[in-house]
Design a protein. Structure first.
Length: 188
């Protein structure tokens, strides 16, 4: 009778001298890879890169589904715009809380506030420049409306512009307002 003889035995690929089996080697390396990826995502979160990367990915998927191709200019502009906008919001909260109540991100931003302010302004300028090169002036104006909305939402500019007419200094302080504000700018 003919017995099946494998040409290539996978157990030899996964066997490591001194290890019990290839399965053990695979599990231990997957665990290491999992820890490395977890650490990478945590670092990205501390730097504020997860949400912008998600927004750029979502825009790329929509563009791919709609046109059959991904616009790198659109993805880059969205990434930079979301990064700059959330940086504005987070920098507005620096020094608002004592060290026990402040988030790790706010504490990290507070230590290098000037650097991150310049970085946010550069990201916004780059997003506007990319949009200006790849699109129209109308798209640039529409793009700038989002950071302005974030500034009004998260900083005391609202109170300054209304000259104290309302008891709130920031739109962020109005209970339940975020859902309507976000929906309005999301629909634009």
């Amino acid at each position: 009778m003919n017995k099946f003889v494998p040409i290539f035995d996978l157990s030899s690929v996964f066997s490591v001298p001194g290890r019990v089996s290839g399965e053990y080697w695979l599990r231990s390396n997957m665990a290491r890879l999992s820890r490395l990826m977890s650490y990478g995502v945590e670092c990205m979160a501390r730097l504020g890169l997860v949400l912008p990367a998600g927004a750029a990915s979502a825009v790329s998927v929509v563009a791919l589904a709609g046109t059959g191709r991904i616009s790198t200019a659109l993805a880059a502009a969205v990434f930079l715009l979301v990064y700059a906008s959330y940086l504005i919001d987070h920098l507005a909260d620096v020094d608002r809380f004592d060290d026990e109540q402040a988030s790790k991100r706010s504490l990290a931003l507070g230590r290098r506030k000037r650097f991150f302010s310049v970085l946010g302004a550069a990201a916004l300028a780059a997003a506007v420049t990319i949009t200006g090169i790849a699109s129209s002036p109308a798209a640039m104006l529409l793009l700038v409306s989002f950071p302005i909305a974030v500034i009004l939402y998260g900083t005391p500019w609202f109170g300054s512009l209304t000259r104290g007419l309302f008891r709130y200094r920031r739109l962020k302080d109005i209970p339940g307002f975020k859902a309507f504000y976000t929906a309005f700018f999301g629909a634009c």
